[in-house]
Design a protein around this ligand. Structure first.
Ligand code: HEC
Length: 96
């Protein structure tokens, strides 16, 4: 019984992290747990940005067209592994 419960929890964890697409835990160290920090004192406060602005920023970082001379290249590294669809979906879950 105990083994079944543990296996189910493990399966649920895998499923939800796949569904989430973007792993927010990898972002919040810099941006704050509630997205209220200026990352490395360079970014806007993401929780105050609109979904559309966040989406545009993430897609531009991925495309390598946003602030590459500055910290844009750092953000490119953060989002490179995600699909555009994942980034668009994630942008709807943070900000306002
Ligand atoms: C190592 C620290 C760090 C990590 C980790 C990080 N970021 Fe950033 N982020 C920054 C910095 C610095 C900037 C400002 C980049 C610039 O100058 O354009 C930024 C900018 C942004 C912006 C645009 C904010 C603005 O100023 O317009 C968004 C949205 C964002 N990050 C989301 C994310 C997401 C989503 C993740 C996780 C997948 C993430 N970040 C991971 C440091 C980080």
């Amino acid at each position: 019984m105990k083994k079944i419960v543990i296996a189910s929890i493990a399966a649920l964890t895998v499923t939800s992290s796949l569904m989430a697409g973007v792993n927010a835990a990898a972002c919040t160290g810099c941006h704050g747990a509630d997205w209220s920090k200026k990352a490395m004192n360079k970014s806007h406060v993401v929780s105050e940005m609109t979904h559309a602005d966040i989406e545009a920023a993430l897609l531009a970082y991925k495309a390598g067209t946003r602030n590459t001379a500055g910290m844009g290249s750092l953000m490119k590294g953060q989002v490179a592994k995600y699909s555009e669809a994942d980034l668009k979906a994630f942008a709807q879950t943070i900000g306002k």
